[in-house]
Design a binder for this molecule. Structure first.
Ligand code: SGN
Ligand code: CA
Length: 465
């Protein structure tokens, strides 16, 4: 059989609950839905660290952040690490990446393993962005999402038609500050987007970390709001007004991604490549869309832990299928390699989920996952470092803090705080039941599971010493 092509589309901060294929209550994404309708939707895809640079490193290398060294936004990736595009290139694939990189720049961090690339400097701009390319810096007039798609489609047209390709389309959108293009600037005007169930959360029954996080509607700044706050609003009216400002721009920016994904799908159809090409749509992590009163991500809570993962490959995945098995960002690289017929190197820690694509879960498939957010001094949103475990039903989180009280060492001074959620009884994670006496044995089991998963991937617990 012909080796499949790969079109891997990854946006930045696009949560599942703003995709209609995932049942969004707030928008429609007809082109993303095409991927789901003609392929498989993964309902339990999680990132192992809900922040950009680290998640991207895990996607490329198939390893956890303590192994690839990319634990925070300030730790660029060593570009000599083994990545899936590199191995595909070595196996004869034509490879390219266009869009957000966010893994560092310069000789030690620029993209490697790509025949062609053009990447945004760090976060990049929405309008008239500049790009770093192998030939140097260029400025391109226009809107980032359109430009990244134009570059991708141009590359597809210019490639050698006799060799397979792997193309990474990494959108900047819908990252903050959510600047729409002209075509979508007045979408949703006069409409009121519903507030999520947990919008007015006051963080009772939760660890201190939830209460101190600085990503509430009142933390949105002028660049985010783009309009002055109207006079005469009560505090709660202002919070609601801010949410409308935030979410309409977020959804407008998403609408442009959706259109541009449609252009890529049309190109594949028009050039007879649909049958031979794996198409993936995902995001580097999830996002809070007013859930718990927040924007941003970082927490291990569902909205930010969950990644969209839509997969189309007509030769393998049945149209309209859904997979409930757990898959992680570290599993992507091994999966793509297996599908391309390339041996998965032993240093990759993730597992190929290729068997799930034909609807068969291996009997020993993972039933729980390990998570760690390492930003011990998060200056952006003051989200405290934590690790935890999620099974299909339960989630146990440890905000490990700094038991030794060294200023700034690894979070606030003080003993660890734990959270336990029963996702079946409490899907919105509003009630931490870790202290309830009847949960004691469950807590013991989950702590043991956390320790096992942590040890299995080679990470270590924080202790008092
Ligand atoms: C910027 C944003 C933050 C965001 C980080 C990380 N502030 O610093 O809100 O959490 O990026 O985002 S902004 O005002 O500069 O937009 S990530 O997607 O790269 O992880
Ligand atoms: Ca991101």
């Amino acid at each position: 059989m012909r080796r499949p092509n790969l079109v891997f589309i990854m946006s930045d901060d696009h949560a599942t609950h703003a995709i209609s294929a995932y049942g969004s209550r707030i928008n429609q994404t007809p082109h993303l839905d095409r991927i789901a309708e003609d392929g498989m939707r993964f309902d339990a895809c999680f990132c192992t660290n809900s922040i950009c640079t680290p998640s991207r490193a895990s996607v490329l290398t198939g390893t956890y952040n303590h192994v690839n060294g990319v634990t925070t936004l300030e730790t660029p990736m060593d570009n000599t690490l083994v990545t899936y595009p590199k191995l595909m290139q070595q196996a004869g694939y034509q490879t390219a990446i266009f869009g957000k990189w966010h893994l560092g720049h310069g000789p030690a961090h620029d993209p490697t393993g790509f025949d062609d690339w053009a990447v945004l400097p760090d976060q990049g701009l929405y309008h008239d962005p500049d790009f770093y390319t192998p030939e140097g810096r260029i400025v391109v007039q226009g809107y980032a999402t359109d430009i990244i798609t134009d570059m991708s489609i141009r590359w597809l047209g210019e490639r050698d038609p006799d060799r397979p390709f792997a193309l990474m389309i990494h959108h900047k959108a819908p990252h903050r500050p959510w600047e729409p293009d002209e075509a979508h600037a007045s979408m949703y005007e006069g409409e009121r987007i519903p507030e999520p169930e947990t919008f007015w959360d006051e963080y009772e029954h939760r660890a201190t970390a939830a209460r101190v996080a600085e990503m509430r509607m009142m933390d949105l700044n002028e660049a985010d709001l783009k309009e002055p706050v109207p006079d005469g609003l009560s505090r709660s009216e202002e919070v609601s007004w801010r949410y409308q400002r935030y979410i309409t721009d977020y959804l407008r920016v998403v609408a442009s991604i959706d259109d541009n994904v449609g252009r890529v799908l049309d190109w594949l159809d028009d050039h007879g490549q649909t049958e031979d090409t794996i198409v993936v749509y995902t995001s580097d992590q999830g996002f809070f869309l007013g859930d718990h009163g927040w924007f941003d991500k970082r927490f291990m809570y569902e909205e930010s832990l969950s990644m969209p993962f839509l997969f189309r490959y007509p030769r393998l995945a049945e149209a309209g299928s859904v997979c409930d098995e757990m898959v992680l960002n570290v599993d992507f690289a091994p999966t793509f390699l297996e599908l391309a017929g390339i041996e998965v190197p032993s240093q990759m820690q993730g597992t190929s989920f290729a068997p799930l694509l034909s609807g068969q879960a291996p009997p020993d498939w993972q039933q729980a996952m390990y998570y760690r957010y390492w930003m011990h001094q998060d200056r952006d949103h003051n989200v405290w470092a934590h690790y935890g475990v999620r099974s299909h039903r339960y989630k146990l989180i440890c905000y490990y803090n700094d038991p030794l009280g060294q200023p700034g060492a690894r979070g606030p001074a003080g003993p660890p705080e734990w959270e336990l959620f029963d996702l079946e009884a409490d899907p919105f994670e509003m009630r931490n039941i870790v202290g309830e006496p009847e949960q004691a044995s469950l807590v013991g089991e989950l702590r043991a599971l956390l320790a096992d998963l942590q040890a299995a991937c080679g990470d270590e617990p924080i202790t008092g010493g």
